[in-house]
Design a protein around this ligand. Structure first.
Ligand SMILES: [Zn+2]
Ligand SMILES: [Zn+2]
Length: 417
């Protein structure tokens, strides 16, 4: 990363490097800067790029302008293939080395959150109610920085794919990309991804082999009874007591789940009984909860038990019921081989690695890439005083951009040269 580039007044700028090998247009305020050392090493103003993305956040599944921006930048870097529209607005760019070798995938996310950005910085969100408050603006900027490094020096062997994935926050994007027929051609041997982590020292690497982040799944139980006048509750079938019982059962679910092998949790997150109408005995109710587990096998047990609870409670109260499952994230399981490769590469670059002994409770849909081959997700500490992810004043620290690019490049060069 090189910073401090000049901003011109026109929307389109170009810079020619000393080796006269490239003319790269910048667009929408992104100035490209050339570092005139060795070969032709092209460096954009990545901080400026992040700020622009931060100002213009887009919600999960609607990352159209963000994807267009990333695509235009990648086109200037001349990948061997560039595929767009994957699983929605996903993009992959692939570069091949001269010799045969493994295929690595590096992934970043494109989406922002439906939360008002209350940051006071100049680059705060300009979109009401939408903010890059998980740092995906930083993650995608890191991947653009990696693309520059690859364009400047291709891998010697194998190939490398950079994936800009849509809709991570809803848990839909990774699965949609993998299921896209155009992705069938792109079968990586190993996938790497990072997530910035507030609460850890800036630039530290947080790593764990095996379960790294939890599987999670949202359950929505609809209970259907019969509405009547509030003066005649005996003529109604109200779900009120069933809801209370179900909320208790769901809360107690982990302790009643046979043979959990690791961490399990169930959290009731929402409930609604009828409407606010003092003349009515309600006939409809809904209870929602989020189930979490470190292992996918334990999630299967939680799902089966929660479904059984809903059926038993509904039946005992003479209610009909139906269940919806939403926001399904698999567990993120870090493969021992790729995790060892990553840690060796980062240690040799002088990174401090903090090894965890327990998985994180949150979920990341990058876990789906574990179906394709080896997977390692690691944390990049974004500062002990940094507001938590999704907090209204969260802002990805710019100093992490280069740390992230260097970390990804270290493992890339170790594996592919
Ligand atoms: Zn998030
Ligand atoms: Zn995130």
């Amino acid at each position: 990363m090189r910073v401090g580039s000049r901003r011109g007044s026109s929307g389109l700028r170009g810079v020619v490097c000393g080796a006269s090998c490239c003319l790269l247009p910048g667009e929408e305020g992104i100035t490209l800067k050339i570092k005139t050392t060795r070969a032709c090493e092209v460096t954009m103003d990545l901080i400026q790029l992040r700020h622009e993305i931060h100002r213009n956040p887009e919600l999960s599944g609607r990352e159209e302008a963000t994807a267009r921006r990333i695509r235009s930048l990648l086109e200037t870097l001349k990948p061997d293939s560039l595929v767009t529209g994957l699983g929605g607005h996903g993009i992959v760019a692939t570069w091949e080395g001269n010799d045969a070798g493994p295929h690595l995938l590096f992934r970043a996310e494109l989406d922002a959150l439906p939360i008002q950005d209350k940051g006071e910085q100049d680059h705060a969100s300009q979109v009401d109610g939408v903010g890059h408050l998980c740092g995906h603006d930083g993650h995608m900027t890191i991947l653009v920085g990696l693309a520059e490094r690859i364009a400047a020096k291709r891998p010697a062997r194998g190939k490398v794919t950079l994936l800009f994935q849509p809709a991570e926050e809803t848990g839909a994007g990774a699965a949609a990309v993998i299921d896209d027929p155009a992705f069938k051609e792109i079968q990586p041997d190993t996938s790497y991804a990072l997530h910035n982590l507030p609460g850890f020292p800036l630039g530290h690497i947080i790593l764990k082999e095996g379960p790294f982040a939890c599987a999670s799944r949202g359950i929505i139980v609809h209970l259907h009874g019969k509405t009547a006048h509030a003066a005649h509750p005996e003529q109604a079938i109200s779900p009120a007591l069933a809801m209370a019982e179900l909320m208790q059962r769901l809360t107690d679910l982990p302790g009643r789940t046979d043979g959990p092998e690791d961490f399990v949790l169930a959290t009731v997150i929402h409930a609604q009984l009828g409407e606010i109408a003092f003349g009515t005995t309600p006939g409809e109710g809904v209870v929602m909860a989020t189930l979490r587990s470190a292992l996918d096998s334990d999630m299967e047990r939680l799902v089966a038990k929660a479904s059984e609870d809903a059926r038993e409670v509904a039946s005992a109260h003479r209610l009909r019921h139906d269940i919806e499952w939403v926001e399904e994230f698999p567990a993120t399981i870090n493969h021992p081989t790729s995790t060892a490769t990553l840690s060796e590469a980062l240690e040799s670059e002088g990174y401090t690695i903090e090894w965890m002994d327990k998985p994180f409770r949150w979920s990341e849909d990058v876990g789906h890439f574990g179906q394709l081959g080896r997977l390692t997700l690691f944390g990049l500490g974004s500062g002990e005083a940094q507001p938590p992810l999704h907090a209204p004043n969260f802002d990805f620290p710019d100093t992490l951009i280069q740390k992230g690019v260097d970390a990804f490049e270290a493992v890339l060069r170790k594996e592919l040269g």
